[in-house]
Structures are given as C-alpha cells and as structure tokens.
Design a protein. Structure first.
Length: 303
C-alpha cells in the first residue's frame, strides 16, 4: 500500500507521525476480494474506519489518520471497489450504491461481536458515504468528514463533476445515458476534478496518476449513480454526532456547500474549517487543526 508516497507531502513535523505500516487483510463480499488495511490490536478501546473518495484508496487516507490517531486506537481503511488492491469481479458493473452496501455490511460485521466505539472517518466523497453508513447501520459512535457532497444539491452536483455542465444535466437524461453507456469505463480524471485535489500541483498530479487511485478507469454508470443517489435526509439524522473538518481553501467542493448540508443535520454537529488547506488537506495550519480535532473526537468516543 503506497501510503508513504502521500505522507511525503505532509508538513515535516508530521511525516514521521504516520501510524504503523498497515497489515493487509482480505474480505469476501459479493464476488469481490476487498482489501482492508489495519493497525492496532483487539485491546484498543476505540476503533476508526476510514473511507476514501473518488480517486483515492486506503493509502491516501492512511497518513491523515496518522496525524491524529494516538496509541490505543485500532484503525482500518478499505480499498473500495475499483480502487487500491481490491479485486473486483465485474468492474463495469460497479455503482456507488455498491459502496454503500459494502461498507454497511462491513460495519455490521465489524460490530456484531465487538462493542468498542467505532468512529467513521470519510474523506471527500467518502464523507457522504460515512454519513450514509452511519444513518443506515446505527453502529457509529461519531462521524468525521472532510466534505459532505450531497448530490441532491444542484450546486454540489455541478462541483462534484469534472465539468460543471455534466452535473447540470437533468437526472432523467443521466439515467438514460447510464442505461446505454453505463458499463463504459473511462479514466476517473475525466469525470472528477483531480486538478483541484490539492493547492500543490505536484500533489494533484500524484493523485491523478496513481494507478491505484486517480489513474484508474471507472464505469460511467458509477458517476451517474453517484450524482443520482438519494442519501438519508439530514433532518432525520438524529443520533450520531457529525464533525465536519472541511478544507477552507477547497477549490473542488466549496466549504459553504458542505456547511449548508451540515446545518440541516438534526444530530449534534461541529464544523472546523481547516485553514490554508485544499481539498486534500496537507497544509498548515489546517493539518494541525485536523489532528487536534481527530484527537478530541477519539477521546470523547472512549468508553
């Protein structure tokens, strides 16, 4: 897992703070061989499950966990279908709803015989995924997200797509397109604005060319399903606290769009804008703000 290639972009004080090299495990799900990166032990009182976004994988989020996760916390990160080292049975058939079902099933399996608090950490599109999984399973103690990209918001739908005109296409037309061309796979950088992944062009290039991340090919049906997916209404989301740690200088998904979704969430919420950070938060002082916020959440989550 190429987590060190992303850790090199962190501020120098955090490059050596990356948590232990993960051990790889494999989980069978609906014909897929899902890669799970783990660190920590069964005696740790708190667990974190990290979810990447479009153009990412477990190795991308691993360094972000390292800056805020201290000893006594077990960590897991998934390579969602199409990304990382996960082996997919039918790549052309993968849809966003598969991600939702997979993570829900994983969380249910993880918590079935283990009552330790589980914190979900979602980066980019993984933020809305973490929110949805918490809503459906009721098994998360806290949700921490860098973004709440709700496709029901037309402005967010336009921001999520590589070309704003794509996000502005009426949903029935998108559905008809997916019915014909849904299995056609194209580079994810054609669909997602990876050029604005970071304020640092070198980071954006690295993400866009990563053969396990931004360099993969995804089916058009995945994008259409993502843009059309109806997430749980925030007004009905009442039990799990949500902390938004949105990069303040995000040029891809503007923070005000995440904030207006967060304002509708009925559960306890908190918003922290990471100063000086782009979509992939690697800059100071925002990185330290992220680390401090993660630590605060994990302390509160302890039984």
């Amino acid at each position: 897992m190429e987590y060190l290639s992303y850790a090199q972009f962190l501020p120098s004080r955090y490059r050596t703070a990356v948590i232990a090299a993960p051990r790889s495990e494999w989980w069978a799900w609906r014909g897929h061989r899902v890669h799970v990166a783990r660190a920590g032990g069964a005696g740790d009182p708190v667990r974190v499950l990290a979810l990447h976004g479009a153009g990412g994988h477990a190795g991308l989020v691993w360094p972000l966990l390292g800056i805020g996760v201290a000893e006594g916390v077990s960590v897991a990160a998934l390579d969602l279908p199409l990304y990382g080292d996960t082996v997919v049975d039918d790549p052309g058939g993968v849809r966003y709803r598969d991600w939702v079902d997979l993570v829900c099933d994983f969380v249910m399996a993880e918590t079935e015989a283990d009552d330790r608090p589980l914190v979900l950490f979602g980066a980019s599109v993984g933020g809305m995924l973490a929110y949805e999984v918490a809503a459906r399973t009721g098994r998360a103690a806290h949700v921490v997200v860098t973004c709440l990209a709700d496709p029901a918001d037309p402005a967010m739908r336009r921001a999520m797509a590589r070309w704003s005109v794509t996000g502005a296409v009426p949903l029935p037309i998108l559905a008809a397109t997916a019915a014909v061309f849904g299995r056609v796979r194209v580079p994810v950088r054609w669909l997602a604005d990876l050029a604005n992944m970071s304020l640092d062009p070198a980071v954006s290039r690295h993400c866009a060319t990563d053969p396990r991340g931004g360099g993969v090919r995804v089916p058009l049906g995945f994008l259409v399903d993502l843009l059309r997916f109806e997430h749980t209404a925030p007004e009905g989301f009442t039990t799990t606290p949500v902390t938004l740690v949105h990069p303040a200088e995000d040029r891809w998904t503007p923070p005000e769009l995440s904030l207006r979704f967060l304002d509708r969430v009925s559960a306890p919420t908190r918003a922290v804008l990471l100063e000086g950070c782009g979509h992939f938060p690697l800059e100071e002082p925002g990185v330290t703000q992220l680390a401090e916020t993660l630590r605060e959440v994990l302390v509160r989550a302890r039984p």
